[in-house]
Design a protein around this ligand. Structure first.
Ligand SMILES: [Zn+2]
Length: 373
């Protein structure tokens, strides 16, 4: 099983410059061959990998950076083209400075018989091709990885540097046992309501940062293009985004860890994750992304812990059905209605809790009909 680890890097000024250069060169390769594809009306670039050494002769600055990262940049383009051909993604876009701030490097054996990417948890040093030893922070309790590091993505975000390591680990899975089941409903006010009537509120810090982001965006729109002030606000905005991302990440891990520790079967609505990331409305993306993240995190954690994640049809009317008698209250559409009384059995429902109970039952039905799936 492949697992990801995120580290914060503290490169020296020279290392930081080399990282920036490598990111720039990776972006150059990507864009260069994407333009080539558009010009020659082809749909693959794999054969071009042999051309890279020649390209380095024409653009000598390409030779200054980790050569592996250039090849991977080309492979990434090929992958994006494949996804486009399969219809899962749009046609690849030219990478700009704002949306192409990382590079990937693979682990390999050096001629000295050492691995190119190594980690020393004791001294907090990550060794990377061409860059050498970079101090990092994170994973205080770890002393080593149980598996092999496959690759590293080096990323620059809001002026800071990070590495995501992909590590291939052997995990012995516990046997699956169906003892407990939970339904979860995702909402705006409460991020999660479970069928045990546990509510996890959308963190107040999140709301504060969201407000700040909105203010900064307005300020950015008022700025002169290319001005110093604009640059400053842009950096502040990037930092605010990162803060939001971190608060959320922390919250999502805490929630999902608890849900998985306490339950064997987890039921949720099937979300249109791809659509959520692609929506152009900023406000919508802000509310959608935590849902998409919760689902993704639950998916991989369920795999590690051998728990079952069941998704039910996203058009299943979970908030309209009375979980006591099964009556469907079709008049109930307005999201502002928090409580309602069932016209048939007179039970008074909390909208989200009732929905989560229905989601749980719907998932249970699915499980009983097909326990192996
Ligand atoms: Zn009822």
């Amino acid at each position: 099983m492949v697992r990801g680890y995120q580290l914060k890097l503290y490169p020296s000024p020279a290392q930081a410059e080399l990282i920036n250069k490598t990111i720039g060169c990776s972006r150059f390769i990507y864009n260069y061959y994407l333009n080539d594809i558009i010009k020659n009306k082809t749909d693959t670039c794999l054969s071009k990998v042999k051309e890279i050494p020649n390209l380095c002769l024409s653009f000598p600055w390409l030779k200054e950076v980790d050569g592996g990262s250039l090849r991977i940049s080309l492979f990434n383009l090929e992958n994006n083209l494949k996804r486009w051909k399969k219809g899962i993604a749009g046609f690849p876009k030219i990478k700009t400075k704002d949306f192409g701030n990382s590079y990937t490097t693979n682990n390999f054996m050096t001629y000295k018989g050492k691995e190119a990417i190594r980690i020393d948890f004791k001294n907090k040093i990550l060794t990377l091709p061409k860059l050498g030893d970079v101090p990092f922070r994170g994973y205080h309790k770890k002393t080593s990885f149980s598996g092999k590091i496959k690759s590293a993505v080096i990323k620059k975000e809001a002026g800071k540097y990070y590495a995501s390591l992909l590590v291939e680990e052997e995990i012995s899975l516990p046997e699956f046992q169906a003892r407990t089941i939970v339904g979860i409903d995702l909402g705006i006010k409460d991020l999660i309501v479970t069928s045990y009537n546990e509510k996890i509120e959308n963190s107040l810090d999140c709301l504060k940062v969201k407000k700040r982001i909105k203010g900064l965006q307005k300020a950015l729109a008022r700025c002169q293009p290319g001005s110093k002030n604009r640059y400053k606000i842009k950096l502040k905005l990037q930092r605010a985004y990162m803060k939001l991302k971190n608060i959320r990440k922390h919250q999502i891990h805490a929630i999902t860890n608890k849900i998985i520790a306490e339950n064997d079967i987890i039921v949720m609505e099937d979300l249109d994750v791809k659509g959520m990331y692609q929506t152009h409305s900023f406000a919508k993306r802000l509310t959608n992304i935590p849902f998409a993240e919760i689902k993704q995190v639950l998916e991989y954690k369920c795999k590690w812990k051998n728990k079952k994640l069941i998704t039910i049809d996203r058009y299943y009317p979970s908030s309209q059905i009375c979980s006591t008698c099964g009556y469907q209250n079709k008049k109930l559409k307005d999201l502002s209605i928090r409580n309602w009384e069932c016209p048939h059995c007179k039970t008074v429902h909390d909208r989200d809790f009732n929905a989560s109970v229905n989601i749980m039952f719907e998932g249970l039905k699915k499980y009983i009909l097909n326990p192996q799936k």
